[in-house]
Design a protein around this ligand. Structure first.
Ligand SMILES: Cc1cc2nc3c(=O)[nH]c(=O)nc-3n(C[C@H](O)[C@H](O)[C@H](O)COP(=O)(O)OP(=O)(O)OC[C@H]3O[C@@H](n4cnc5c(N)ncnc54)[C@H](O)[C@@H]3O)c2cc1C
Length: 404
């Protein structure tokens, strides 16, 4: 029989696929990450994408050797202010304040721009990453999986990981169904600079159409994730910059002084997706291919990192015991670990979005009182902070800062 080309083929080199490749390398396995897209241009300009990276995710990137290349560009999040508001009215006085002094150690983590994180992850993968390589099918054979590529070639490994994004053609081809729906909302993403310093404070403002997040970036800038009804998002997106800024100011207020747009702006339709199974013979799903969540708390990629860390840990342990790492019994351990955690988070993000994206007066009054009450209950606040840190629940070793 022809020898295997590597231990694990990762189909999809987005950030979750790249993270999986790096975690598998850190676990002593030989992965090959294949991405359908072209290699990114070096030195790309800011494209609006930035990720909230809680302490567990910082540990992950440090553990796989990427953090030193991005640390200097990451902006720590010192405080988080959550408030309820209406356009042109400003925030409700009953807000929730998460203060970095209330959490031990690494605080709330950092904001990291995609233009720094993605190239650093790709550089750390080195020869284990190939661009321009589209996987068109995966076949499970005895003892191996064979991935066929669009150029007609084929590669074999013990296992194929599908990290091919929320529409995941490989999940569909494996016959794995999913629960999915579209939100009536779109997420508008842009970056702004301010006249006044932001002091590392992140704001989550709940407006009737959905959450509006202001997330601190280096150099007195912030990444905005602004949720609107789809038709309204399309209208605002089409406005010239000056009118877009006025719409922004109506929601954002003027507490940080004059605003200026930094670079472009993007609009993403929002949807929910949760695969019924995360594994099939010689196949494991990971990242958005397994679960796509509402960006209300910026947790999507962080879930993908937990998948990558958990999969690497399960496979490393199986390899140490002499088991076949592509065996379905081994893969089910990964599914058991990750499916409940990601489903619980996906449904809580959905519930939060439903609770906060409306303007019904009794609901609004109740949630304002709720925010005020949580603010005065230190134990509850600590519970929320732990859940958001990426260290809660059964966090894999890489998220806890330990070697695989
Ligand atoms: C508005 C918004 C804000 C967000 N903010 C945050 C945040 O602050 N923090 C956070 O953690 N998350 C955030 N997220 C979520 C995060 O962006 C996603 O969860 C994450 O980028 C998904 O990564 P992925 O690698 O799973 O998928 P993708 O990024 O979709 O990557 C899939 C890759 O697979 C490749 N591919 C597809 N098909 C094939 C094939 N057949 N063969 C080979 N390659 C293939 C594609 O080229 C692509 O590179 C946000 C999302 C949105 C919409």
């Amino acid at each position: 029989m022809k020898p295997l080309d590597c231990d694990v083929i990762v189909a999809g080199g987005g950030l979750a696929g790249a993270a999986a490749g790096l975690a598998l390398k850190a676990a002593g396995l030989a992965p090959l990450v294949l991405d359908a897209g072209p290699a990114p241009e070096p030195g790309a300009a800011f494209d609006g994408r930035a990720y909230s990276t809680p302490p567990g995710s910082v540990n992950f990137w440090r553990g796989v050797g990427v953090w030193p290349a991005v640390e200097a560009e990451a902006e720590p999040m010192r405080d988080i202010l959550v408030s309820d508001g209406r356009v042109s009215e400003g925030a409700s006085p009953l807000f929730l304040h998460f203060d970095h002094r209330e959490v031990a150690g690494a605080g709330f983590g950092c904001m990291v721009e995609d233009r720094h994180l993605r190239p650093a992850a790709f550089a750390a993968l080195g020869d284990a990453l190939r661009h321009g390589a589209r996987v068109v099918s995966v076949e499970a054979e005895p003892g191996r999986a064979v991935a066929r590529l669009a150029d007609g070639s084929a590669l074999s490994a013990r296992l194929v990981v599908a990290a091919d994004g929320r529409e995941s053609p490989l999940r569909a081809a494996a016959g794995i169904g999913r629960i999915a729906w579209d939100y009536p909302q779109a997420g508008m993403v842009s970056a702004v600079s301010f006249a006044e310093p932001h002091h590392g404070v992140a704001h989550e403002l709940f407006l009737p159409a959905g959450p509006f997040a202001i997330l601190p970036l280096r150099g007195n800038r912030a990444s905005l994730v602004w949720t609107e009804r789809r038709a309204e998002a399309a209208r605002i997106h089409a406005l010239p910059d000056a009118d877009y800024l006025s719409e922004l100011e109506a929601r954002f207020g003027d507490f940080l002084g004059a605003l200026a747009l930094e670079g472009g702006r993007w609009t993403y339709p929002l949807s929910f997706s949760l695969a019924h199974e995360y594994v099939a013979p010689r196949l494991a799903l990971l990242g958005d291919a397994a679960h796509a969540v509402h960006p209300i708390a910026g947790q999507g990629l962080n879930l993908g990192l937990r998948d990558a860390a958990a999969l690497a840990e399960v496979l490393a342990e199986a390899a140490r015991r002499g088991e076949d790492i592509g065996d379905l019994a081994v893969l089910r351990r990964y599914q058991q670990w990750r499916r409940f955690d990601s489903a619980a988070l996906a449904f809580s993000m959905d519930a939060l979005n439903r609770l906060f994206s409306n303007d019904v007066t009794p609901v609004r009054a109740l949630r304002d009182v709720g925010l005020g009450l949580v603010n005065r209950a230190p134990a509850l606040k600590r519970m929320f902070m732990r859940a958001a840190s990426g260290l809660g629940g059964a966090a894999p070793k890489l998220m806890r800062g330990e070697a695989v």
